[in-house]
Design a protein around this ligand. Sequence first.
Ligand code: PMV
Length: 385
Amino acid sequence: MEAITCTAPVNLAVIKYWGKRDEDLILPVNSSLSVTLSQEQLCVTTTVATSPNFTSDRVWLNGSENLIKDFPRIQKVLQLVREECRKSGKKDLAKNNIHICSVNNFPTAAGLASSAAGHACLAFSLAKLFHLDCDISVIARQGSGSACRSIYGGFVMWEKGEMADGNDSLAIQISPESHWAEMRVLVLVVSDEKKETSSTSGMRRSVQTSKLLKLRSEYIVPQRITGMKDAILRKDFEEFANLTMKDSNQFHAICLDTFPPILPPYMNHISHNIVRLVTEYNKLRGTRVAYSFDAGPNAVLFLLENDVPECLELITTFFPPNDDETNFVRGLVTSSCKKAVNCQINIPICPGGVKYIIHTKIGDGPRILEDPASSLLTCEGFPRV
Ligand code: PMV
């Protein structure tokens, strides 16, 4: 048996991907740009193993075995990896069955992009197991579109590409995490329930019906991508924040411009109050925080290290935790805030509205874990626990 264990990060798009021009190959209607989050707080770990003795492909996700036929996108990744093996003359390896065991170090919650990290980790682990030298992001993309951006750390762009076979629809790194090391991220978990409209069916309906999506993909995104790359390279936080917030707003506007609209909306009233809090705070202090929301109510806030204590103080004031929540702020530790601007902000207080906060920063791309003790599979290829 040959096996390898890897980890992969979550990424959060600041210029969003919404809409496919080819559903089978997962080719997007526009390019997108994301920030890779630190694996210390949010990551997926996957062990993949292959052996001529395995009788079928099998998959264990977060502790229980799943039927591989229920996961067509995992099957697609396996098929692509086998094709690459054949192309590079490893025909025998391509015949062997594969065991996959994967766990998240965070709840599989709405809006936390666990499927992106999961598919990135699977594609990366398999490519390393079989020593493939193809573009791993092209394989990850066909597991879950946004997964291709989790193949790199720092700031990453997914080029939409022009080719019909999708071989130029891949991720590239704009700059590594060390470039803007003082950037911090607060994930505000509002709900961990599963979203009602899946991104696949939502995107399909938006592409078919939203004129705003057409305008966005043809005119708005190309300009925003240029502006965002420039803001990142110059470390211009104000420009980065404004583009991030505008693009999040536009993605949710497209969901309502879709016909019939995507309902219930991904953002709920707590999400809207988070937008109000950030807006009020930025009015008082200058643009210090940016929000972004994916296909769920959870907020991701970007800010610089020095502003974290005050921002946490504000969030705790306006979204005080439930009494039973003893671990409200998780992840990176920060000093307490001396003087916040709470009294000058006039928005409703929503107790329990934010369940908990994950404090993290920008991180690196997938890693290989060399220590055999980190393997999730035994020497026979079955889960350790
Ligand atoms: O990769 P998917 O199918 O889960 O789509 C992700 C879409 C958004 O998260 C809403 C935006 C993005 O670019 O990640």
